[in-house]
Design a protein around this ligand. Structure first.
Ligand SMILES: N[C@@H](CCC(=O)N[C@@H](CS)C(=O)NCC(=O)O)C(=O)O
Length: 206
């Protein structure tokens, strides 16, 4: 298998971390340089029609896009350790949290970055500073919610590490580029959770 990824980019990192948690050894990592538009070449778009990464190319050549779909496929093929729930109720609960992290945490963090950092203009074309400001406010609201949640329980979806932690962690790590750090904003439970995850082998960026 081949994983097309990009250094520090949060959605590819979600898939990469998931693969590492499963300790799957035979995955070739192919780094794409987004700033050089390597994902917009015709050959890459043959794998990923919307020019997005990650893409997991299976051994039979098929290209699986969308990080959550990649994780679901891996979870089904490599069930241990379980990261997405082991019975219908737990699966639904974890999916709910993972989607919340995707839509109300990862998404506004990315939109804030894409619409405010000058070097992102190459990637996005036109930027909308007002939109960035609105997304920043959503990030702070979700951070406050997460901080409260993590003061009461060890992990985002409850008492064990799951895909929801991976999604939330990858988003938080990239938020550094807009200088968002939980401790500085007074979110101490969020910072403590982040530090626990950063110490896991799967969290390395190399
Ligand atoms: N919903 C997709 C989002 C993928 C995505 O947007 N990836 C970003 C990198 S984090 C990307 O490919 N950006 C390229 C671009 O904006 O042109 C997923 O979960 O895989």
């Amino acid at each position: 298998m081949k994983l097309y990824t990009a250094y520090r980019a949060p959605y590819p990192r979600r898939a990469l971390m998931f693969i590492r948690e499963k300790q799957i050894a035979d995955v070739e990592i192919v780094n794409i340089d987004l700033m050089k538009n390597e994902h917009r070449t015709e050959s890459f778009k043959a794998l990923s029609p919307f020019a997005r990464i990650p893409v997991l190319q299976l051994d039979d050549g098929r290209a699986l896009g969308e990080s959550r779909a990649i994780c679901s496929w891996i979870e089904a093929k490599f069930p241990e350790p379980n990261l997405m729930g082991s019975d219908p109720e737990e699966r639904a609960w974890i999916e709910m949290h993972d989607r919340r992290m995707d839509f109300y945490w990862m998404s506004p963090i990315i939109a804030w970055i894409r619409n405010s950092l000058p070097n992102m203009e190459t990637l996005v074309g036109r930027q909308y500073p007002d939109f960035a400001q609105g997304q920043r406010e959503i990030v702070f609201k979700t951070a406050a919610w997460l901080d409260e949640q993590l003061a009461r329980q060890s992990w985002v979806a409850g008492e064990r590490f799951t895909i929801a932690d991976i999604t939330a962690f990858c988003a938080l790590e990239v938020a550094r580029v807009v200088h968002f750090r939980p401790r500085d904003a007074g979110f101490h439970a969020l910072q403590e959770w982040r530090d626990r995850i950063a110490a896991r082998d799967s969290a390395g960026i190399e």
